[in-house]
Design a protein around this ligand. Sequence first.
Ligand code: ZN
Length: 207
Amino acid sequence: SVSLDLRKPRGQDIARQVRLNNHPTVNAYVRSMGQRLVAQSPAPFNQLPWEFHVVDDPSINAFAVPGGHVYVHTGLIANADNASELAGVLAHEINHVVARHSTEQISRQYGLSVLAGIALGQDPNALAQLAAQIVAGGALARFSREAEEESDELGIRAMAAAGYNPNGMATMFEELLEHRQGSPGSVAQFFSTHPLTEDRLRRARGA
Ligand code: ZN
């Protein structure tokens, strides 16, 4: 596992709602990995002011919202066996934004005004509320199978271009499936939004 010393978050607005982890080493690690991956995305996405947030939560989950905010739980970081596995999940989430799946997902569920506020950076409160809801209860709509496959494919390409072992995505999926067998609650939220089929796993393995 990626072994990291995790501390309690500071009392910022969003942190109070989603319990962000503010450990400098953890955050710097996730941020630099995320930046390496987004640098491989097409314009204008490689120019977005992406932000990578670490959420203090032992469940294995990650999600992204339009505008370039990616959230990763400490539980996911702790359960990744190596850097490429963590990169696999980050690359997948980043590419839900790049392929505009996240935009469709949020507008379908929360309406265009919430989405516009987030995308234009006008309503940091809406973003905080949204992140809190997602962390609290898996409040996001399920992505389609097609969206999942597209995010995998784009993510695997970005991983390879950024110098990560693209096989990390498939082995992370295998980890997630093992957790679904052993402690389904720990991955329930991830699987409720990201359906994982045998077909998808086979494609990721073939990368
Ligand atoms: Zn997904």
